[in-house]
Design a protein around this ligand. Structure first.
Ligand SMILES: N[C@@H](CCC(=O)N[C@@H](CS)C(=O)NCC(=O)O)C(=O)O
Length: 237
């Protein structure tokens, strides 16, 4: 059976990583059997989670994993026309290559309170003696990534102003539809659900979360998907 390597489930959401949540949601939406292996990214083929093992091969990065799932199992995007596929790609890039960085900043850098919550969720299972050392080194590494990406060079208000633009665009694009591209879930929804639940449905406080929680259609969207595809998890509010 396909194995999905991801962070341990916490916070009452599928995963604290938007990308792990994206893959597990794809697997559930496409009704593909899998087993979860909870881990840290230490042995991941590309040093990041998620990765999968399928047919004896390890595969990293959610985009390549989904390409594999589409060809080996089920393509959630079958039937979309070229314009819809283009919108799907552009929106996934907005989510994963832009909004993601504001969310990452809010967890690892924005406030000490958020960092404590994040640290406990990711590193809480490590032996106490090494927990603080590993967590603090990892934090420095992620801060360097945020700076390298460019997001970390802005003031907090600027980072959240940029992130709010993305949330505004997502809310306007979803409108009153069930899913981003109509009445059935596609790959875009796996990505959008993965990141949105990680912004509005987890205990990391920021202006980004507040803004997301001001959009009723996004709250309903996240709750609907969570309820339908993760009935074992509690509703958000
Ligand atoms: N492009 C990758 C991004 C995956 C990613 O950024 N994973 C994060 C967790 S959200 C990670 O494992 N980071 C560990 C690190 O950078 O050391 C994908 O689509 O899978």
């Amino acid at each position: 059976m396909l194995k999905l390597y991801q962070f341990e489930r916490t916070w009452g959401i599928p995963n604290l990583s938007p990308f792990c949540c994206k893959i597990e949601t794809y697997l559930r939406m496409a009704d593909i059997g899998y087993e979860i292996k909870s881990t840290l990214p230490l042995n991941a083929p590309k040093g990041k989670l998620p990765y999968i093992e399928d047919g004896g091969k390890a595969l990293g990065d959610s985009r390549f994993i989904i390409a594999h799932l589409k060809s080996a199992y089920k393509d959630l995007d079958q039937g979309l026309n070229d314009t819809e596929l283009a919108i799907s790609l552009a929106m996934q890039r907005l989510l994963e290559e832009h909004l993601f960085w504001a969310a990452l900043y809010s967890r690892w850098q924005y406030t000490d309170e958020n960092w404590k919550t994040n640290k406990q969720a990711i590193f809480g299972g490590l032996p106490p003696i090494i927990r603080d050392i590993v967590a603090s080194r990892w934090r420095q590494k992620i801060k360097r990534q945020i700076h390298g990406h460019g997001t970390g060079r802005h003031q907090a208000e600027e980072i959240f102003a940029l992130g709010k633009q993305d949330i505004e665009a997502l809310s306007a694009s979803l409108g009153d539809q069930q899913y981003f591209l109509g009445d059935r879930p596609t790959t875009l929804d796996t990505s959008a659900f993965g990141l949105l639940i990680n912004i509005i449905g987890c205990p990391i406080e920021s202006p980004l979360k507040e803004y997301g929680l001001s959009k009723d259609n996004l709250i309903n969207y996240v709750n609907r998907i969570k309820h339908k595809f993760y009935p074992e998890l509690q509703m958000m509010r």
